[in-house]
Design a protein around this ligand. Structure first.
Ligand code: GRF
Length: 215
């Protein structure tokens, strides 16, 4: 059976993209990255893709002011590249409904906190770590979830807490959380592409025994 084909969507430096790519190269994840999509022509993810011969498509808001036109263009590229799964790795735009419907339970997102806390519209990137810091919680963490049509509200695949009792800034939190993201995201991608996930409403169960997860 041929490897599953992934599209990685990234707006930023792409360190999660890199972590996943490394695990593909190590044969831990049986998949190929067939496309990198970004909304940011300066994204570090572009360099990572280019130096690994992964095709890149840049969809800037300037060139695609209309969301439906944008999403239809992205969907066309996904289908023509025969993409099976979508991995959102620090992608700052909401994925359009037609893409979510076409790739139902086949899109993963990473959120740098323990959902449902510190999630929802406007809660992305550094905003999350600032809110976590101000609220003074003792634990934050990483959530990897399937994407549905609401912000940060899809079925949760994996979560891992991160103790932040001794941090002194939102930047400190971001650093601790990112390290855990790089461990957890490849694990979730592997579970997805190996079809080890069973989704029942908002609950996700691991199909095989001995898998990492919460069941
Ligand atoms: C990560 O913290 C991710 O959870 C968030 O944005 C950051 C992206 O980091 N949504 P990178 O681009 O993968 O390095």
């Amino acid at each position: 059976m041929s490897d599953k084909r992934l599209a990685v969507f990234a707006s930023g430096q792409g360190s999660n993209f890199k972590a996943i790519l490394e695990k593909i190269k190590d044969n831990y994840i049986p998949a190929t990255i067939g496309l990198c999509i970004t909304d940011n022509p300066e994204a570090g993810a572009i360099d990572i893709a280019s130096s690994n011969d992964i095709p890149v498509k840049v969809f800037t808001p300037k060139d695609f002011p209309d969301k439906d036109v944008l999403n239809d263009a992205i969907l066309r590229d996904l289908l023509s590249a025969k993409i099976d799964y979508i991995i959102l790795a620090g992608y700052l735009k909401m994925i359009g409904r037609r893409i979510v419907d076409q790739y139902s339970n086949k899109i993963l997102n990473i959120h740098p906190a323990l959902l449902p806390s510190f999630g929802g519209k406007g809660m992305y990137g550094h905003h999350v770590h600032e809110a976590v810091f101000e609220r003074g919680v003792k634990f934050t963490g990483v959530t990897i979830h399937l994407v549905n049509n609401e912000y940060d509200a899809g079925p949760i695949v994996l979560q891992k807490p991160v103790s932040i009792e001794n941090v002194s800034s939102p930047d400190d939190i971001a650093k601790c959380v990112l390290e855990v993201e790089h461990e957890l995201y490849p694990e979730a991608v592997k579970l997805l592409v190996e079809e080890s996930l069973e989704v029942m409403g908002l609950r996700v169960r691991m199909k095989k025994e001995g898998m990492t997860g919460n069941d």
